[in-house]
Design a protein around this ligand. Structure first.
Ligand SMILES: O=C(O)CCC(=O)C(=O)O
Length: 383
């Protein structure tokens, strides 16, 4: 056991993903059960060899210009550089964000609420073991955390003490019996005691009430791990960055996932706007939130899904009828659609003139807007 504290005797357990993968599907299933069991008991788990070191290197290469252009301490988190929008900026990050072993773990914790004491509760029923009783979840934050040398004390390492991530939403969720988010810290450089490996309070996810403060007075241990590893914990687990006493940087990447009906910490739809999201694989589009997680949630304009609106090349929210769906002459009176070909043609001419004027006055954004409007009108089959 690594530590004995007010929450019992605990251990930071470690499992090797590459070895499990090499041994085939049975071993993978065992791996899934092991990591889930470890996080359930101790609040944290380390997955070693989760990805090859070359993927970490590629990611850092892609992100280097953004990291180098960001001052330490922006946002008041002194001593660290925080750099986000990874989905849009780094294709290598997609391998971490959609890592199959981690997504399965997140699914068990968030969709199925499998950790002890939690349950999916929908429509007055508890979902333990019920088919299709699942909560939606999505990507919540992508952030490189570059811990620079110095810049903190043991009590206040980087302007951010030990904390629980679930405190970010206004509501007190302590009594909800619910896991709200799963955090993953990817080691992009080796995490060592000296360079500020994350401090963890093992067992703190089980405090009573869950947001209780006993955990902040308990001993911490540091999650030492080689690069290519991932430290995983739940939003109830107390943790915080360490102080870097070396002359090198400690490079980590936080990738968090949270329930799909809670606001995202890093707004993924703004960090990866539609014109960039259109080029992503569908799985990634859905993971970052271009979808309807449940019922009517997240619809756009005329009750369309993001896929049937902003992700379409020719969609422009300011164009009437941008949804591109056919009118029903029996029900949709002439007020709602051009009634004649002449009217339709006149509209096209008007838009073309406006586009030309915008080009002449060098307003290329406005010109693009009219270009899109014209293409939507041409495509629409409404007369
Ligand atoms: O960088 C770390 O080790 C943890 C940082 C962290 O938890 C945070 O800043 O939210």
């Amino acid at each position: 056991m690594d530590v004995s504290n007010v929450f019992g005797s605990h251990e930071l357990m470690r499992f090797n993903y590459a070895e499990a993968l090499a041994k085939g599907p049975t071993q993978e299933a065992e791996f899934d059960a092991d990591v889930l069991g470890a996080i359930d008991r101790h609040g944290f788990v380390v997955i070693e060899d989760a990805l090859p070191v070359s993927t970490c290197e590629r990611l850092l290469q892609e992100m280097r210009p953004y990291i180098d252009a960001t001052p330490h301490g922006l946002h008041g988190l002194g001593g660290t550089r925080r750099v986000g929008a990874l989905v849009a900026r780094s294709s290598a990050s997609h391998q971490m964000i959609s890592h199959p072993g981690i997504l399965r773990l997140v699914d068990s914790i968030l969709a199925e609420q499998q950790l002890n004491g939690d349950a999916v509760k929908i429509g007055g029923k508890e979902g333990k073991g019920r088919k299709d009783f699942r909560y939606p979840w999505q990507l919540h934050l992508t952030q490189i955390i570059d811990v620079g040398p110095g810049g903190g004390t043991e009590e206040m390492p980087h302007g951010l003490r030990l904390h629980r991530a679930n405190g970010m939403w206004l509501h007190d969720f302590q009594a909800a019996g619910l896991d709200l988010q799963v955090e993953v810290m990817w080691a992009l450089s080796d995490f060592t005691e000296a360079n500020g490996a994350t401090h963890v309070v093992l067992g703190s996810h089980r405090d009573e009430p869950r947001g209780g403060d006993r955990g902040y007075r308990q001993p911490t241990i540091q999650a030492i791990m080689p690069r290519g590893s991932a430290l995983v914990w739940t939003g109830w687990s107390i943790h915080g960055a360490g102080v870097n006493t070396t002359t090198d940087r400690r490079l980590g990447m936080n990738i968090n996932y949270a329930l799909g009906f809670l606001a995202q910490e890093e707004n993924q739809l703004l960090a990866c706007p539609p014109h960039l999201a259109r080029k992503l694989p569908e799985e990634m589009q859905r993971l970052i939130g271009y979808r309807q997680p449940a019922g009517a949630l997240n619809y756009v304009a005329e009750c369309q899904s993001p896929g049937d609106s902003v992700l379409r090349e020719d969609f422009d929210v300011l164009v009437p009828g941008a949804h591109g769906h056919q009118m029903n002459p029996a029900m949709d009176g002439p007020t709602f659609a051009p009634v004649s070909k002449d009217e339709f043609d006149a509209k096209l001419v008007e838009l073309a003139e406006k586009k030309m004027k915008a080009i002449e006055s060098d307003d290329l954004e406005l010109a693009l807007h009219y270009k899109n409007a014209i293409s939507v009108l041409k495509r629409s089959d409404r007369i």
